[in-house]
Design a protein around this ligand. Sequence first.
Ligand code: UGA
Length: 437
Amino acid sequence: MRYRLTVIGTGYLGITHAACMAAMGFEVLGLDVDADKIARLNAGELPIHEPGLEPVLRRGLDSGRLRFTTSYEEVAAFGDVHFVCVGTPQKRGEYAADVSYIDGAVESLAPLLDRACLVVGKSTVPVGTAERLADKLVRLSPVGAAAELAWNPEFLREGFAVQDTLHPDRIVLGVRSERAEKVLREVYEPLGDVPIVVSDFATAELVKTAANAFLATKISFINAMAEVCEAAHADVQLLSKALSYDDRIGGRYLNAGLGFGGGCLPKDIRAFMARAGELGADQALTFLREVDAINMRRRARMVDLARELAGGSFHGCTVGVLGAAFKPDSDDIRDSPALGVAVAIGHQGGRVTVYDPIALDNARKAHPELSYGESAVDAVRGAHVVLLLTEWQEFVELDPEQLGGVVAARRIVDGRNCLDAEAWRSAGWHYRALGRP
Ligand code: UGA
């Protein structure tokens, strides 16, 4: 049987999942409570920047297999399998995750279900959420246990969302019945030979948080080494390169720099600590506090380095900031290290002008107090210090001579260790980087 799928929540995850499932041949109905977003999606317009996604979306719409709605009634009537992809942001003023959107999705859908179906959580949640939602689903659905829950965490990265969805390195299925496992195996069958791990709910939920905690730890490990390198006049780039040849360590997520941001890693490690605390296992994750602290210290160090180059104070100083997104190939500015640094320098009296190839509109909305340039050259015009904070390819390829012609002083801090230090120095720039002499 070809199941009809629905996708509830159209953020980075939901849009990608919906479009890719349609590309795999399924009929898919996406839902969001934001009518404006739904109208744009139905018109083939992406509300986010995600390379390669728009053509997949458009092909889905053109084929007639993909459409979007704001109606839970329609979703309940349409779907055999309902994927829940809503956000679980950090609670304001707390470490814990706000799971109200996911509870809201189940509460809206469940009472409308009139036949057997599978509700599949994909959002990142505190362990124990699936068990709670499974009870809620059965309690609220008129068909009782015929509406079943499963947990199927998502590992896609922004910037590579389509690739990661169509070619995942593993699929994790948290299920309570053979029926649920069978349905999900059939759904993912078109992806071919992908390792599948079948588990209980709690393990499936934990795989996701553990994976993000590991990645965050790896990044903070190399950034801690960068701190030591700075103190010992060593070079973290060479250190990282040498470590990477050890297969047991590997070179991915070992790039030292301004550290991690975005809508996932920072809030996920915090929510993980909060949940472990509730479970009485807080000691097991106290190291994540350090991982978080190392990460945040990189931003502070960047501000210090910029101030040092500015001559000890930002007063009367113009700072050109290259990058606003939390990483290249994304317009996402959630917990962006780049913007964090820009805002901090503004608070300390610097005149900051920011440029980003894609994330400028989002940055402008979130931080109207900063100035924005229309290009890299525009943003650094008259600058006493230039900061490279997001490693967009366009910045990596900047010509130090050309840029040198418009700045007030040739001083640059490479926050992502992505520039050719020699090329910049020989063009007369005072070049500094995090974790390097
Ligand atoms: C992350 C995970 O990589 C995905 O597997 C996961 O599915 C996703 O979170 C999620 O939970 O939804 P993402 O937030 O898109 O994906 O970003 P990453 O590509 O992992 O980068 C995170 C941050 O780490 C960025 O700010 C990046 O600049 C930084 N980073 C990454 C480093 O500072 N150094 C590195 O070596 C690698």
